[in-house]
Design a protein around this ligand. Structure first.
Ligand code: PXP
Length: 247
């Protein structure tokens, strides 16, 4: 098993900017291809029920043109499963979705619906998609995720990232402790562990240092930073911060 931590770049917010004006610019596919060129190990895109950023045609174009893996982030609905089965992405990340939220605010409540999720996931798994469940760093959720038969979990780093951003250092340390413990626990159960949400150059290091974590998914901060440095350099700097944290 290679120890290299993978970086998945989430390009949703390129589409957010495009949609603010209508039309085709900036093009999320172009951003994804640049990210690929800059060393991203995968591209993540979230097709939301309300299509507020990524659209169906974006997903099809990403799948057609990328040579690195596509991670299709979506809610566990019938509509999304049909689209994912048509798109045939490398991975599907199941997330909770609420219309009124600004972003994916919490983890999926797997503990309350493990059997239903296992049933929902089956056709996607049969079609070859690696399923990842986006959950809070909580033992009951990790256990339930394991029971569904999903090979991967993504731990929600939002509370850790928020505490960091707001300078609440005791909370940050507590959230990091939970992520650390649950990454180790999930790894012991045989799950592959990813982490994502809200990570920045500052906050990524301690997460990259967790040896059980195989992949980080990072979007909003990188797309913002691209305004100042360009997307390629923004990604290269994140890669550097991850490598320093890992070492
Ligand atoms: N991982 C998942 C499952 C997400 O829902 C998101 C946000 O869309 C991310 C990672 C990336 O979070 P951010 O855009 O805050 O870096």
């Amino acid at each position: 098993m290679t120890d290299r931590l993978r970086l998945g770049v989430n390009i949703d917010h390129v589409a957010t900017v495009r949609n603010a004006r209508g039309g085709d610019n900036p093009d999320p596919l172009r951003a994804a291809l640049m990210a690929q060129e800059a060393g991203a190990d995968g591209i993540t895109a979230h097709l939301r029920e309300d299509r507020r950023h990524i659209r169906d045609a974006d997903m099809a174009a990403l799948k057609e043109h990328l040579t690195i893996p596509l991670n299709f982030e979506m809610a566990a609905t019938e509509e999304m499963r049909e689209i994912a089965l048509r798109t045939r992405p490398h991975a599907v990340c199941l997330v909770p979705e609420k219309r009124e939220e600004r972003t994916t605010e919490g983890g999926l409540n797997v503990a309350g619906q493990a059997n239903e999720l296992a049933y929902y996931m089956r056709p996607l798994q049969e079609a070859g998609a690696r399923i990842s469940l986006f959950i809070a760093a909580d033992r009951a959720q990790v256990e339930a995720a394991h029971r569904t038969g999903a090979p991967v979990i993504e731990l929600h780093a939002g509370a850790y990232a928020d505490a960091w951003a707001e300078g609440r250092w005791a909370d940050r340390d507590e959230e990091l402790r939970k992520l650390t413990e649950m990454a180790a626990y999930a790894h012991d159960l045989g799950l592959e562990v990813h982490v994502g949400h809200g990570l920045t150059y500052d906050s990524v290091g301690p997460i990259a240092a967790l040896s059980e974590v195989r992949e980080l998914n990072i979007g909003h901060f990188l797309i913002g930073e691209a305004i100042f440095r360009g997307l390629g350099p923004a990604i290269a700097e994140m890669r550097r911060c991850m490598d320093v944290g890992r070492a």
